[in-house]
Design a protein around this ligand. Sequence first.
Ligand code: NAD
Length: 374
Amino acid sequence: MFRFADELGPFKIIHIYEPSIDLKAVLVVDNIARGPALGGVRIAPDVSAEECFRLARAMTLKNAAADLPYGGGKIVVYGDPKMPFEKKSQLLRALAGALRYTEEYIFAPDMGTDEICMACIKDEIGRVVGLPCEMGGIPLDEVGATGWGLFNATEVALKYCDFELKGARVVIQGFGAVGKHAARFLVRKGAVLVGVADSRGAVHNPEGLDVDALIALKNEGKNVFEYPEGKKLASDEIVSVPCDIWIPAARPDVINGNNVHLLDTKLVVEGANIPLTGEAEKILYDKGILYVPDFIANAGGVICAASEHQKTTRPIVFGLIEEKVRSNTEQVLEASKTRGILPREAAFELAIKRVNRAMKYRRWSIFSSAPGFV
Ligand code: NAD
């Protein structure tokens, strides 16, 4: 477990196991110098402790970059995200019970979990955000908080590109909570969605795809390749669809050293967490293809979750996301351009400065033992 340890964390790694219901999960609480760890619960069949650590670290950086009083953490639960709700509720209730006294972690939704899942956790232990409206929540996936942030990051990034949003061809990998809202906001401002993929397949149409029709299809439980007008592709063929803006909004490491050369785009705006490997980002940079790093571009969801935790009202949240994501994207891309460093390096510098400042206030650098810390 200590192979992940460095000067930032992780503070704790907890393995949660209950064979009677086939619960297998890992919690990583990374650096909590800024406050309790805020990061989602992910359900997927192929997660790992290492992925959980990397995602928790991404949350430390994301929360610091967005200047939120939270640290980073993540939970991965091994399982099929499409399992029946009764089964999911049983796993999540057991998980919450097992972590009842792990007060430095606040539950939130991620891939495979939603506000109804969060309601189950609220019912068990209370320490959760991303709740349904009826329980005082701001359902971040329903309102499209992360998609709104991605739209704003894209608009700012376009100042550093040689094309404009109107008429720009957009491809999105992953048509869930993040992907569909990003598509909606971008198309509303004149972009053309030409390709989209989900886990089962993809569709490509250079003339444009109808976002509302795609959303309706998904709501009916169908897959994007069932969209009637366009060329059907295998899911991973979405990587090489020609476009101006390519948005990963699914899984980690989808663009890596082996396939980065297939991308035919001018700008990558990272909607998913850690969707590109370091090697892939360096290759893009060397080729002059701009990218906006994940924890800068996709912070909308956690800004919304933090706002809910601090009882901010819903109308203020979209303004907050816009302000924070735009300002961070501008700072990162400007530093990258003027100092000749990777956008990832510029983003890391911005976040780490904020984490380091908080660590100086703590007796034990990465955590606090103060009562009522949460
Ligand atoms: P989701 O479960 O709602 O949607 C995920 C989508 O990705 C689905 O359409 C699924 O079919 C598709 N997908 C899965 N594997 C795929 C593959 N191999 N190829 C193509 N498509 C695939 O999840 P989400 O909430 O939209 O999150 C997507 C990503 O964005 C995750 O990495 C998540 O951590 C990150 N993220 C989410 C939020 C948020 O607010 N929900 C915030 C920040 C970052």
